[in-house]
Design a protein around this ligand. Sequence first.
Ligand SMILES: [Zn+2]
Length: 290
Amino acid sequence: MHETHTLHHTARFSVTGLSQRYPEPGSVPDKNVIWVIISGTDVAITPGDPPWLFSATDPARDGCSVLSVQYLGHRGETLCYAAELNIGSPLPGTMECCGVRALFHRLTDEELAIAAYAVRIIDFTRTTRYCGRCGARTRQIRTERAAFCTDCNLITYPRTSPAIIVLVRDGAKILLARSPHFPPGMHSLVAGFVEPGETLEEAVHREVKEEVGITIKNLRYVASEPWPFPNSLMCGFVADHDSGEITIDNDEITSAGWFDRDHLPVLPSQMSLSRALIDAWTAGEIRSDR
Ligand SMILES: [Zn+2]
């Protein structure tokens, strides 16, 4: 575990299983290649226990209608590519389409992160086919992950949207809040996107004030997590309640309260940084002295 991680939590969507080496190969080699096949926002898997993510055969040779091929990185000495299928294309062999979230705990964390990364990169190429400034057709360049407009020279990089999430303590209790789009009963930590011109710390103070009407103190960074649905970087903090009573706006938040370890509500998936922070607090790993 990296020393900046104070959580016993692997960053699940950190793509540790691939290394990007640029310039990427000019064409797909004949050997030592594995494929991740993407259809829409789903990934194709070969069913099994566990399911199998990678395909060893070029899907174009497997009867698929391939729209685009993108280099994802090297997995050891094996090159990993994503193949985006055209809508309605058959899948190779017995493969089936599956949403990435549904593969949590079915694939290894390393494979899950690669699957999410493949969806993310295909989404990047899909949404940057045309220049955002002049509207001309772009091309993906091979020396870094970017789309280049040959008409106006604009380079577009994959967008990452920073977001904050904060575990607010009050004595032996933590603040949990419920958003209207959560599954029934589920509560989570206060979270939100960072606004332009704002620091992470300012975003935490603002979101807590906006969503539950209180002020916080002793704000401290804990851990981060790439969250690929579709492109956030979650930055996790811990803080203590300073002043004010919980008041909610009933718009972004429909209920909020202080919960002790023995009376926690339905919590988010273990896939999330929110849950990792809550679990670390429950386990006594997040103490007041740090
Ligand atoms: Zn342009």
